[in-house]
Design a protein around this ligand. Sequence first.
Ligand SMILES: Cc1cc2nc3c(=O)[nH]c(=O)nc-3n(C[C@H](O)[C@H](O)[C@H](O)COP(=O)(O)OP(=O)(O)OC[C@H]3O[C@@H](n4cnc5c(N)ncnc54)[C@H](O)[C@@H]3O)c2cc1C
Length: 503
Amino acid sequence: MNRDGARKSIWQEEIKKFSPDPALEEWYDVAIVGAGITGMSTAVRLQKEGQKCIVLEASNIGFGTTGGTTAHLNDFFDTTYAQAIKDFGLRNAKLLKYVGIEAKNIIRNNILEFNISCDFQSKPGYLFALDDEQEKKLDTILKGASQVGHPMAQTDDIPFPFAFKKAAAIPDQAQFHPIKYVRSLAEAFIRLGGVLVEDCLCESHDENGDFVVLQSTKGSITARSVIYATHIPPGINMLHFMNAPYRSYAIAFRLKGDFHPKELGYDLAEPYHYYRTQQIDGESLLIAGGEDHKTGHADDTGECFSRLENYVREHFDVDTAVYSWSSQYYEPVDGLPYIGVLPGSKGKIYTATGFRGNGMIFGTITSQILGDLILKGSNKYKDLFNPERIRPITGFANFVKEQATVVLDFVKDKVFAEKMNSLAELSEGEAKVAKYDGESYAVYKEKGGELHLLKSTCTHARCEVRWNSAEISWDCPCHGSRFNVNGKMLTGPAVKNLQRIEL
Ligand SMILES: Cc1cc2nc3c(=O)[nH]c(=O)nc-3n(C[C@H](O)[C@H](O)[C@H](O)COP(=O)(O)OP(=O)(O)OC[C@H]3O[C@@H](n4cnc5c(N)ncnc54)[C@H](O)[C@@H]3O)c2cc1C
């Protein structure tokens, strides 16, 4: 199975590429774009309810962040209940509590109904504070959780090798193998009569009266409704200014000795580290994650792996790192996802984005929300996750400032590029953005010496791409589009490849 990065994630080697190649019909009830957990969960729900559905996927199922996740299934979120109470009120924070519970039930029901074998296990999670500042954070988290009636509670004991100041135990969390799950959903979808087309990039849409016409690289189709389950919708949309792309890093280690933590663990550092184990080929591997940063904002992405590895080795008795990979998520400006009608559309196009590090849950609940909106016109989470909500919260100013830095950096980059050495001075395996004859280029020299030359302007909103040495990709710091060294789009919102210059 392929993924949107050069490194292999723990999930993708076990699973072969799934390649149905059905013929496209002209007309469908619902066209779902993107075959990650969001797209496949929603497609199965709608097909089961008698809708004639098609899933169009630019690469293969699980190609996006679903193939690079760590698949903890939680009912507490990166946006804490305390924060949700402050920004959305107690009633909405209480509503948020049901999202995790209901999403886990949807997953359990799908597993039972479609006889899915995906290593699903319920287990407790532990949040632990390692210093005074983290302890204050944990106190606030516990207070917020108790206000909404969430059962997390202080504990004196954690099953992780950390000298902690304070900790909380969280019952009934879960984990699974995300690609076994999504692949089985895809198979169930096809058995139910759904159509799944891979290697099919959706390039544009046109809302035409009661229908939407989608243009894709495999032809055009017409649907009554379209769902962009693409992690961030393609094209230019208000949502690109309400969500910032971030990278997170994960390493799966072989463990020495007998200590194999069975539970889920999270510290409260900024950014936090997260831990779980997973059986792969009969062997229990420790998956640790963290070192998050804004996409395009790390000088050397390889160093993020080194820092994470050193940190894990300080605390766990681990042997070799068997897999290491990074992936992308989106931070919404007010902390909650956007799930509903695509802003600026005429009501026939839907989307789901801004999941932070909780997209297994938010992607799954999307099947309930968008399924209900399409079938019944309403859902209890409709207003909470309404993509058109505008919330003038405290973080907004910082968020805008952060986006402004991107523009400033972009200008600085151009000046910096002027001073760069000539293209020929790159070492093998090295890459840079270089100015040449008044134009800006993204240049990568392969091992063996072959040069790959691209126009460095992102095809989405014309920012300058930056090199990601860890995943051998060109990443856009503005909205998170990513491209391989040949210019092929790996991650939207772009829908066009970077222009390749043949040398
Ligand atoms: C390192 C890391 C760890 C994480 N860990 C967790 C965790 O433990 N628990 C949790 O709940 N969440 C976690 N998350 C978040 C979660 O993995 C994601 O939110 C989730 O996988 C997003 O799923 P998705 O289906 O919406 O998007 P994706 O999986 O990205 O799928 C989108 C699909 O759309 C396709 N696509 C894009 N544009 C087009 C187009 N124009 N035409 C056709 N197809 C297109 C892509 O190829 C892709 O396959 C983590 C995220 C990261 C980065």
